[in-house]
Design a protein around this ligand. Structure first.
Ligand code: CP
Length: 312
């Protein structure tokens, strides 16, 4: 068994070159798939575990389908399956599974240190399939979608509207590293990106010649955008302390009026969606929406992640 595998716990662990390569590889899988070509079996003989402690339609299926299409076998664990439920530590769980699996894809929706504990071994790659703080593989699907439509990520102008949640964190940590991009994160007051994320994204943007702006005021929305992106107001596994939180989110709904400010812009959504909350049905199901292509790209980017982690 090959040792010292790569992990994808956070996009901050990935160099610019590795990030660009992951998006290129995912885009290659997407293009090949569109042409009817199967994935090459680069994971033949490997075994990938998936452990989703929280609900998932896209990410769980994307990693399972990608692993199977790449020739791996998949062992799937649900939230009640492992001895963690009877008190075995996360670290011991990672150490044991690393003796049997080549890769382990985990959704905790809990603290990021929980995922890091599974990676405290050097035999099995660990992939963050969404933790409380970051959803790194979502951003890879987002950028693969942008590249597929625009031909490249460099120069893309993205307006993100909604909550500064783990998908927004990952987007900020990824898009700002591509040359000449413009990312505006428009969130209700009190629901913005964590300070640490904003500081890192600003530094990435400065290094890449990009712009990164956070604002809470709709009048500060940019004059132009290639992509308008929103996510569910209640991220999986979370709740908001303020019972009146909906009042402050209402003006941040993506509707036809907002989209009309950006002629030709495509609409992105990580899904699942709540039509009538963060986005109107007219926009999500309308001609500008590429949300379901974006969902498919979760599988192509999962393939890129598994190949990068497990094969090298
Ligand atoms: N976008 C996303 O992570 O979807 P799931 O929660 O269905 O995996």
């Amino acid at each position: 068994m090959q040792h010292k595998r790569r992990h994808l716990l956070s996009l901050t662990d990935v160099s610019d070159e590795e990030l660009f390569r992951l998006v290129e590889t995912a885009s290659g899988y997407a293009a090949a798939s569109a042409a009817g070509a199967p994935y090459t079996k680069v994971l033949a003989g490997r075994v990938i575990g998936t452990y989703f402690k929280k609900t998932s339609t896209r990410t769980r299926t994307a990693f399972s389908a990608a692993a199977l299409r790449l020739g791996a076998e998949v062992v799937a664990y649900g939230p009640g399956d492992l001895q963690e439920n009877t008190g075995e530590t996360t670290q011991d769980t990672g150490r044991v599974l690393s003796r049997m699996l080549d890769g382990f894809v985990v959704r905790t929706a809990g603290p990021d240190r929980e995922i890091a504990a599974y990676a405290d071994q050097d035999r099995m790659s660990v992939v963050n399939a969404m933790s409380e703080g970051e959803h790194p593989t979502q951003a890879l699907a987002d950028l693969t979608t942008i590249q597929g439509l625009a031909g490249e990520v460099d120069g893309a102008k993205v307006l993100y509207v909604g909550e500064g949640n783990n998908s927004a964190v990952a987007l900020a940590l990824a898009l700002t590293r591509f040359k000449g991009t413009e990312l505006t994160v428009l969130t209700p007051e009190g629901y913005g990106l964590p300070e640490g994320t904003s500081a890192l994204a600003s530094a990435y943007a400065e290094a890449s010649g990009s712009t990164f702006t956070c604002t809470h005021d709709l009048v500060d929305a940019p004059g132009s955008a290639d992509f308008v992106y929103t996510t569910r107001w209640q991220t999986t596994g979370t709740s908001k302390a303020d019972p009146k939180w909906r009042d402050v989110f209402e003006p941040f709904r993506v509707d036809a009026a907002l989209m009309s400010r950006y002629p030709g812009a495509r609409f992105l959504h990580d899904l699942p969606a709540h039509r009538g909350e963060e986005v109107t049905a007219e926009v999500l199901d309308g001609p500008a929406s590429v949300a379901f292509d974006q969902a498919e790209n979760k599988m192509h980017s999962a393939a890129a992640v598994l190949e990068w982690c497990v094969v090298g």
